[in-house]
Design a protein. Structure first.
Length: 102
């Protein structure tokens, strides 16, 4: 997966009553879904998607694959029409750190 430091993880994630908010940046039309590390400038988790950004397919893949990865419900809070998105993952911040640090 990706290697993240505690400082990087803290800047891209925030624990709330409803779960963990994660700032992500997606790239579409790739060969394989995956986490690609933290962008040093935007402090967002980079996620590679296989679907194109047409007919909401990339957003659907993002929700399905991150839900599978984190074993929790995921919704897009902001950025449904942008490559920079804010996700709400219905799990604790420790679970997110565990998955992103593998």
């Amino acid at each position: 997966m990706v290697q993240t430091t505690d400082d990087e993880a803290n800047s891209m994630m925030k624990q709330t009553q409803n779960g963990t908010i994660i700032e992500v940046e997606v790239t579409t039309n790739g060969r394989k879904f995956g986490l690609r590390g933290i962008d040093p400038w935007t402090q967002r988790l980079k996620i590679k998607l296989t679907q194109r950004a047409q007919d909401n397919k990339a957003n659907q893949e993002l929700i399905q694959e991150t839900s599978r990865l984190f074993k929790a419900d995921v919704i897009i809070l902001k950025g449904s029409k942008s490559n920079k998105k804010t996700l709400l993952v219905n799990t604790g911040i420790d679970k997110i750190r565990e998955v992103t640090s593998q």
